[in-house]
Write a protein that binds this ligand. Structure first.
Ligand SMILES: Cc1ncc(COP(=O)(O)O)c(C=O)c1O
Length: 475
């Protein structure tokens, strides 16, 4: 362990992550039933971890004692390699908005793959997909495609720097924008590294990131307007951009206080700091125009991912024409452009899926029912937790939400990060054993899709009650 004992309360999430790799067996006794029903997953894990670190493709997939490996999905359900069925409220961490295996998307992919998988030459599909994005996302005049949210935020930040000629970036504490070097700062860490809650420090999140990047990284405390304003104004002459999510989806589901983001937008405009709204999760999920349409925001640049691809790896960044056109090479200058490129950009098979999905989002018929079912789920879970005598702060907007196990209201990032994530993990594992994946037990939020229905809710409520009862026994 590299943290001091007194730091441990602070970093429940990290403990859970580490327990999968270092503290082997922390939860093994408690979750013996999980082992009984997932023998094939265990075999895969035991083989895979010899040739893939921790036996998972992403550190966010770590699970103690071992992850289950998925075989297929249909609608609101997924099945693992042992044949166990789960109601899926993880939905590919947000990439699935309509449900698994949507015929229109599948057919579009099949048709395109017959024409050839990839060319690295522009296709007409790029035009169709771009039109849909520009039509749907209010602030996007022009768009370029990428392959992951990480790439999209990396390019948007470069573009902001290229356009403004300034080097520093601001981001929120607890805000997640992917895994490139410039954004893996101040996610969470032992408190001594995070600094004052009103003046958060850029706490490094990973080895291998040049420490000098901390000089270019300014951290704001989301939802503390006074402190945010002071920090942004103080650094304004050096700040190229502020990158922020409309809803902090990686500190649970922390909603912005009324007017907070509108004021932040104003401060950015007054100080020539570009506002990059990271809508990798919220894009299309909070409505066809995403979080910006729902909350009435006007960012300079927007990043999109997850739902945009209808399950395929598609991401995008876009925004004001004069900023986006900085990508175009000007041969009379050096450097001649703000570079954006990539072999797989606007990959035809992915574009075909994206167009099929975006057309359904544009038509929009599924949103009211999805929102109603989502509201019902979060309201029901809140009631069940109260009846069971647990202090749960439920936070949700549209088809995403989070249950903070916390005695106090969760208003700012530090409240979110100091909630009892360990308790959530135990609750989530009890649910997993019973066939409901309420987000990832390790702390991923609950993510709904248009495929969830009343039957899913009825089963989920029954399971939720049993899980609280199990937790109570353990207290
Ligand atoms: C808000 C936000 N931005 C960026 C990313 C990075 O996306 P990707 O995992 O596709 O790189 C994520 C992923 O969860 C995200 O939630």
């Amino acid at each position: 362990m590299f943290f001091e004992e007194e730091d441990m309360w602070w970093c429940n999430l990290e403990v859970i992550l580490m327990s999968a790799t270092q503290d082997k067996g922390t939860h093994v006794g408690e979750f013996r039933e999980y082992e009984k029903t997932t023998p094939r997953s265990k075999e895969i894990y035991d083989s895979l971890r010899k040739i893939m670190p921790a036996g998972v493709e992403s550190n966010f997939r770590l699970l103690d004692p071992y992850p289950f490996y998925v075989d297929r999905g249909k609608g609101s359900r997924i099945w693992d390699v042992d044949g166990n069925e789960y109601i899926d409220f993880l939905n590919g961490q947000g990439m699935i908005l309509l449900g698994h295996d949507i015929p229109k998307i599948r057919e579009a992919v099949e048709e395109q793959i017959r024409k050839g998988a990839g060319f690295a030459i522009p296709t007409e599909l790029g035009l169709k997909a771009s039109r849909l994005v520009c039509d749907l996302v209010p602030s996007v005049d022009m768009v370029r495609f990428a392959n992951s949210g990480t790439e999209a935020t990396m390019h948007a930040i470069r573009l902001a720097r290229g356009f403004t000629g300034k080097d520093k970036i601001a981001k929120s504490e607890g805000g997640y924008h992917g895994v490139h070097d410039q954004v893996l700062w101040a996610l969470y860490a032992p408190e001594k590294f995070m600094g004052d809650r009103r003046k958060p420090k850029p706490a490094i999140y990973s080895n291998g990131i040049p420490s000098c990047l901390s000089d270019l990284t300014v951290i704001i405390p989301f939802n503390d307007l006074e402190a945010t304003e002071e920090i942004l104004r103080k650094n304004a002459s050096e700040l190229a951009c502020l990158i922020v999510e409309p809803v902090l989806g990686n500190a649970g589901c922390l909603l912005p206080k009324d007017g907070y983001l509108h004021e932040v937008e104003k401060i950015c405009q007054e100080n020539e700091i570009l506002l990059i709204l990271d809508e990798v999760i919220t894009g299309f999920r909070l409505g066809p125009g995403g979080g910006q349409e729902r909350l009435g925001l006007h960012p300079d640049l927007t990043t999109l991912g997850k739902a945009i691809g209808g399950g395929m790896p598609v991401a995008a960044f876009g925004g004001k024409k004069e900023i986006m056109e900085k990508i175009i090479p000007d041969e009379k200058k050096w450097p001649m452009h703000t570079m954006h490129g990539g072999t797989y950009n606007a990959h035809p098979v992915c574009m075909a899926a994206s167009i099929a999905a975006l057309e359904i989002y544009k038509e929009g018929a599924f949103y009211p029912a999805m929102e109603r079912i989502s509201d019902e789920l979060f309201k029901g879970l809140k009631e069940i937790s109260q009846d069971a005598g647990f202090n749960v702060q439920m936070s949700h907007i549209g088809a995403m939400g989070f249950m903070y196990f916390s005695d106090t209201e969760v208003k700012v990032v530090r409240d979110a990060l100091t909630a009892n994530w360990g308790m959530l993990f135990k609750w989530g594992m009890h649910a997993l054993k019973r066939g409901v994946l309420f987000g990832h037990p390790k702390g991923e939020k609950i993510i709904m899709s248009a495929a969830h229905n009343q039957e899913d809710l009825d089963i989920s409520f029954k399971v939720a009650k049993e899980c609280f009862a199990e937790l109570k026994k353990q207290l």
